[in-house]
Design a binder for this molecule. Structure first.
Ligand code: ZN
Length: 185
């Protein structure tokens, strides 16, 4: 885990993302995922932070990301980005026999180390292809309060890394701009 300055200084050292509060947030549609009896998605059991309120904020972000990924335009990101071998992320998903929403349920969000959160980090995938996302819970909870669309974009951003997308290139700023452009509803 690296906060943004050391991460920029050492681009190969790891993956980290800081979503700075710049620009307009993605518009949220207000569309809700139907609450079914099974409600697995609504419980977001893949949010595994220790502090309940922080965990609830992450779960909310996962649900919002799933709503965005229900739109084909947002899923177009899977054609736009590829893994290190050049394979589009949509093909990576297909090889795993799942879709974007299904994959989102297969990645796990845990607390980042306290030392990693001393800087400006919000969350980071532990590496391309890893299903573990580390989150600075207190900062993430605050982000969700201020702009849930950022937290949701972050979740999609990290999901793309989990599918195999490297960092730098594309830059964090470019990825974030693409997620915002394609996944606003
Ligand atoms: Zn990134």
């Amino acid at each position: 885990m690296h906060e943004i300055r050391s991460w920029f200084a050492q681009p190969a050292a790891g993956l980290a993302l800081v979503l700075a509060a710049t620009g307009a947030p993605i518009q949220v549609s207000g569309q809700e995922v139907p609450v079914g009896r099974t409600a697995t998605r609504n419980e977001a059991t893949n949010a595994r932070l220790k502090q309940p309120r922080e965990n609830a904020a992450v779960a909310e972000a996962i649900r919002g990301a799933a709503r965005r990924l229900a739109h084909a335009r947002c899923r177009g990101l899977l054609d736009e980005f590829a893994d290190a071998s050049g394979q589009p992320l949509r093909a990576v998903l297909a090889a795993q026999g799942t879709d974007a929403g299904g994959y989102l349920d297969r990645i796990f969000f845990y607390d980042a180390n306290a030392s990693a959160c001393e800087g400006t980090m919000l969350a980071g995938a532990t590496g391309p292809g890893s299903r573990v996302i580390r989150v600075c819970g207190r900062r993430f909870e605050r982000t969700m309060t201020e702009s849930s669309s950022y937290g949701e974009a972050l979740s999609i951003h990290e999901m793309l890394h989990s599918l195999g997308l490297g960092e730098n290139p594309p830059t964090t700023q470019y990825m974030t701009s693409r997620v915002r452009a394609q996944c606003q509803q």
